[in-house]
Design a protein around this ligand. Sequence first.
Ligand code: FES
Length: 71
Amino acid sequence: MFVCMCMAVTEAGIRACLHAGATTTEQVSERSGAGTGCGGCLETVELLVEGGSILHPDTEPRRGCRLPRSA
Ligand code: FES
């Protein structure tokens, strides 16, 4: 699932950055490019950095996501 449309960064790409040692949203942005375009995905990147999930919107807020919610 794409998190950052501007830079075509997926959730897996962000998790790879976290697995490789990134611990902050800024570090993930530097390494992946996520959030370096319009910035609209930064809250979602932050959610992932904090250990949240964008796949379970009922249990985790979809902060910053500009994609429409599915019914
Ligand atoms: S959607 Fe990530 S920078 Fe625009």
